[in-house]
Design a protein around this ligand. Structure first.
Ligand SMILES: Cc1cc2nc3c(=O)[nH]c(=O)nc-3n(C[C@H](O)[C@H](O)[C@H](O)COP(=O)(O)OP(=O)(O)OC[C@H]3O[C@@H](n4cnc5c(N)ncnc54)[C@H](O)[C@@H]3O)c2cc1C
Length: 385
């Protein structure tokens, strides 16, 4: 088995950076539902968001284990990478399938922070998890595509220059397979014609800068088509293992944060004349969450090992995401319970992290859809949808 570097220099650098963004910073952003601009700027300036972009395109050219280490460390420090993590995986679509010219034009600017590629427009109100049912269309007219339709849950659209957009270029009933006829456009959102691009924020139970986006005859240069027209679904799928791995790393970071908080409090709080951590009713849920986290972490390392060896570890990446999301949720639950009433107090940050950790059961992919993948593609059971 090849040894994975633990990226200890990167981890300590990220942890140092995160010290400048303590709980008070995140509480203020959360209260005001404000985008954590200073945090994202600091990560960008330190080069962490360009870590996975190859060196000849202006990035650090690091492997995915480095991206996972960065995201895990952010979450382990009590911070949240949701404001900027998408750049790490969406840029992979451009890197793998973009033309040399597109890569030259965009990747160096993304790497040094001049351009933000944070928005990923896949989900639509009516299609939901059934991606191929999406109805946003792009019609080729001369040297442009004319885009019409609506996306929902397009996170960070207000704080991004570019959006990676999945849309239909051929109607579903005119293609042999429902996965055909979908295309990926790199949409520059900076100067749309008036009324052609409308972004409306959606307030959610946690601070996530998510939106709905409306396209009304939006003109996108045909040069911004990624790869071949009609093959976009495959391009998006090819980035899914990376996405699952990076999201699993965030969950592991969250689980470690909750477990550390729980142990510190359980070892300090005295009730009935003894530390609450002496009670097995308090200890065991923390110990169980720790066990779940370690098992998920091993699966994550296995997914990373196979990915970095050039494999296509769909099984391991999905398992890692499933197990890590469950572990972080178990740790979140144990943490609230360990803190009793204080688990609900804003100033302890636990209730905020608890709300944030809940998301991973639904997005970027819901637990049921991961289980369906395992049922069908790993166990050979009949397809359920
Ligand atoms: C805060 C937030 C941020 C997001 N950011 C983005 C983003 O940046 N870009 C983007 O494109 N999307 C984004 N999403 C969308 C996210 O990917 C979807 O919410 C998620 O994939 C689930 O889709 P849905 O909400 O339409 O649920 P639905 O597909 O309507 O499903 C509802 C429930 O039914 C279950 N279900 C559906 N079909 C089946 C089945 N066949 N078998 C078993 N169970 C099933 C699902 O698991 C789910 O629990 C975001 C969502 C949230 C909440």
């Amino acid at each position: 088995m090849t040894h994975q570097p633990d990226h200890s220099d990167i981890r300590s650098g990220v942890a140092r950076l995160c010290e400048d963004f303590p709980g008070e910073y995140w509480r203020r952003c959360d209260r005001e539902q404000a985008y954590p601009t200073a945090f994202v700027d600091a990560l960008t300036a330190a080069g962490y968001l360009g870590a996975l972009i190859p060196e000849d395109h202006g990035g650090s050219g690091l492997p995915i284990s480095a991206g996972a280490a960065i995201l895990e460390e952010i979450h382990k420090s009590g911070c949240n990478a949701a404001a900027c993590h998408a750049q790490m995986y969406t840029m992979g679509t451009l890197l793998r399938h973009g033309s040399p010219e597109q890569k030259r034009n965009y990747l160096p600017q993304i790497a040094d922070g001049r351009l933000r590629l944070q928005a990923f427009g896949v989900t639509e109100p009516a299609s939901g998890s059934d991606t191929t049912a999406l109805t946003t269309t792009a019609r080729r007219v001369g040297q442009h595509y004319i885009v019409n339709g609506q996306k929902i849950w397009t996170s960070r659209a207000e704080h991004s220059d570019l959006m990676l957009l999945l849309c239909r270029t051929a109607a579903r009933d005119r293609v042999a397979k429902k996965t055909d006829g979908l295309s990926v456009l790199l949409v520059d959102m900076r100067n749309p014609a008036p009324g052609s691009l409308t972004i409306r924020p959606i307030r959610t139970m946690m601070n996530h800068a998510t939106t709905e986006v409306f396209f009304d005859d939006l003109k996108v240069p045909a040069d911004n088509l990624i790869g071949e027209e009609g093959k976009g679904f495959g391009y998006i799928l090819s980035g899914m293992n990376a996405e699952r791995i990076l999201i699993a790393a965030e969950c592991i970071g969250d689980a470690k944060w909750f477990i550390a908080k729980s142990c510190a409090y359980a070892g300090d709080r005295t009730v009935f004349g003894r530390l609450i951590g002496q009670n097995q009713g308090v200890q065991f849920p923390i110990a169980r969450a720790y066990s779940q986290m370690r098992a998920a972490e091993l699966m994550l390392h296995e997914a990373i090992r196979l990915f970095e060896a050039g494999g296509n570890p769909g099984e391991e990446a999905n398992l890692a995401k499933l197990l890590a999301a469950d572990a972080s949720w178990a740790a979140a639950e144990a943490c609230v319970q360990t803190h009793g009433g204080f688990g609900f107090a804003e100033e302890f940050d636990i209730e905020r992290k608890f709300r944030e950790a809940r998301l991973y059961q639904v997005a970027p992919i819901s637990t049921n859809l991961v289980l369906s993948y395992i049922g069908e593609h790993v166990l050979g059971l009949p397809r359920s949808y």
